[in-house]
Design a protein. Structure first.
Length: 396
C-alpha cells in the first residue's frame, strides 16, 4: 500500500520478543504497511528476551495495523511515540562503525528473512536498522532492503559463501559492505557494452545477419567463460564475418535495447558529477552511438575495418582486450585525478576481470561464473540501477 507525501510521518515503538522467528515474521509483515525504516534498540532494563523496535512510515493506520498484529499467538506491546514528524530516530549520517547487507529481489519472503537473521546472529552481528530503499520503484520492480549491523566478522570468505548460497536458493541479490560507501565515495563509472549496458552480444547479431550465428555464438560463449583467449576468439569470429555488407551495422544497431536501469543509472550519476565511460571489446560503430545517446563522456571499443562497403573480417587500430580495459581505467583515473578506489566498474564476461580488479567496486551484471567469482558483488535480479541502492539511494 502506497501513500502520498502529504501524509504525516508515523513513529511507533514496539516491544517485540527477541527471537528470530518472531522478528522474521514482523519484518516480512512490515513490507505491506508502508513502513520506511525500522530501528532496533535494547529495552530500558536490557532484557535480552525483548527488543524495542521503532517503525516509521506514512500510513495513517500504522498504529491500528500494529495493534491487530499477532505473531504465533503473541501480540507485540505497542506505544505511540509521536504521530507527527517532530520526532524521528536519529540516523548516524556517517554510518560509523556499521556494516550493511543489501537485499534486492522481486520478493523477499519470511523464509529468506529468517535465514538471513540466523546467519547474522551466527556471525555475531547485532541489528541496528532495517531500511526499505525501494518497494518496486525501479527498473525490475524489485524490493530493496538494507540491513545495518554492528559487529566484526572473523571469517569473511565463509560469510560471503553462505550469502552466495542464500542468494541462489532464494533468487535474491545480496551485497555485504564491511565499510558502508556513499555515492560521493566514487566519481568514475566504467562499463562494458555488450550484454552489460545493452541486451545482447553485437557480434552474435552481426553473425545472424551473415548466416554464421551458430559458429560465432559457440566461440563467443567459450570466450565469455574464459575457456579461450579473447584475442584469438575475436579474430576467429571476425574472420567469419568477412565480406558482409556494412549495411548490417545499421540493422543491428536498430535492434539494440539498453539493459534495464541503464538510463537511470547513467543519468543519476551524471547528475552527481561522475565521469562515465564505455570500455568495450565490442565495436566502436555501436559504442560511439550509445555514448552520444546517453550523454556518456567516453567510449572505447574496437574499430571494424571496411573496404568497398564490406567488412574485411579484421580490425584497425589497437585491440581492446581485458588488459587494455584495465589500462584505460588507469588512464582515465590519472586524467581526472581520480584514485582507483573511487572507480566503479561493471561487466559480464571474463575479459572484464582486469578492469574490475583495478576498481574500487567491481560489479558482475548477469555475468558468467568466472567473472562473478572475481567481483565484489553480483547482480542477477535487479537492473543496472540496483547499483544506486548500494550507496543508500532511496525511492521512498
Amino acid at each position: 500500500m502506497f501513500v502520498t507525501e502529504k501524509d504525516e510521518m508515523q513513529v511507533i515503538t514496539v516491544e517485540l520478543k527477541n527471537e528470530v522467528n518472531y522478528l522474521a515474521f514482523f519484518l516480512s509483515w512490515s513490507q505491506s504497511v508502508s513502513v520506511i525504516d525500522i530501528f532496533f534498540k535494547s529495552t530500558a532494563n536490557n532484557d535480552n528476551n525483548h527488543l524495542m523496535v521503532t517503525l516509521t512510515g506514512r500510513d495513517s493506520n500504522l498504529r491500528q495495523h500494529l495493534k491487530k498484529l499477532v505473531i504465533n499467538g503473541y501480540r507485540p506491546t505497542v506505544s505511540l511515540v509521536n504521530k507527527k514528524t517532530s520526532y524521528y530516530p536519529e540516523r548516524n549520517p556517517k554510518l560509523d562503525r556499521l556494516c550493511s547487507l543489501t537485499l534486492t529481489a522481486p520478493k523477499i519472503n519470511r523464509e529468506l528473512i529468517l535465514e538471513v537473521l540466523i546467519l547474522l546472529a551466527e556471525a555475531k552481528f547485532s541489528l541496528v536498522e532495517y531500511n526499505y530503499l525501494s518497494k518496486g520503484e525501479n527498473s525490475q520492480k524489485c524490493l530493496v532492503v538494507r540491513i545495518l549491523m554492528r559487529g566484526e566478522l572473523t571469517d569473511l570468505e565463509n560469510f560471503k559463501s553462505q550469502l552466495s548460497t542464500l542468494s541462489h536458493k532464494f533468487s535474491v541479490d545480496m551485497f555485504y559492505q564491511k565499510e558502508i560507501k556513499d555515492m560521493k565515495d566514487f566519481s568514475l563509472l566504467v562499463m562494458d557494452m555488450d550484454s552489460t549496458l545493452i541486451n545482447f552480444e553485437v557480434i552474435d547479431e552481426l553473425a545472424r545477419e551473415a548466416n554464421v550465428l551458430d559458429e560465432v555464438s559457440a566461440i563467443t560463449e567459450s570466450a565469455m567463460r574464459g575457456d579461450i583467449n579473447f584475442k584469438q576468439s575475436l579474430m576467429k569470429r571476425l574472420n567469419l564475418l568477412a565480406n558482409t555488407d556494412i549495411k548490417v551495422l545499421d540493422r543491428v544497431f536498430d535492434r539494440i535495447q539498453l539493459n534495464p536501469g541503464a538510463e537511470r543509472l547513467v543519468s543519476t550519476l551524471k547528475n552527481s558529477h561522475y565521469k562515465i565511460a564505455i570500455i568495450s571489446g565490442g565495436f566502436s560503430f555501436f559504442a560511439d552511438r550509445i555514448k552520444e545517446n546517453l550523454d556518456i563522456d567516453y567510449a572505447f571499443a574496437n574499430v571494424l575495418e571496411t573496404k568497398d562497403g564490406l567488412l574485411t573480417g579484421k580490425l584497425t587500430g589497437k585491440l581492446i582486450d581485458g588488459e587494455a580495459k584495465a589500462a584505460i581505467v588507469k588512464k582515465l583515473s590519472d586524467k581526472h585525478d581520480i584514485k582507483e578506489e573511487k572507480v566503479i566498474s561493471i561487466g559480464d564476461g571474463a575479459n572484464d576481470i582486469p578492469m574490475l580488479k583495478v576498481s574500487g567496486l567491481g560489479i558482475a551484471f548477469r555475468a558468467k561464473l568466472l567473472l562473478s567469482k572475481n567481483a565484489d558483488c553480483v547482480i542477477t535480479q535487479g537492473g543496472l540501477d540496483s547499483v544506486l541502492y548500494f550507496f543508500g539511494w532511496r525511492d521512498i
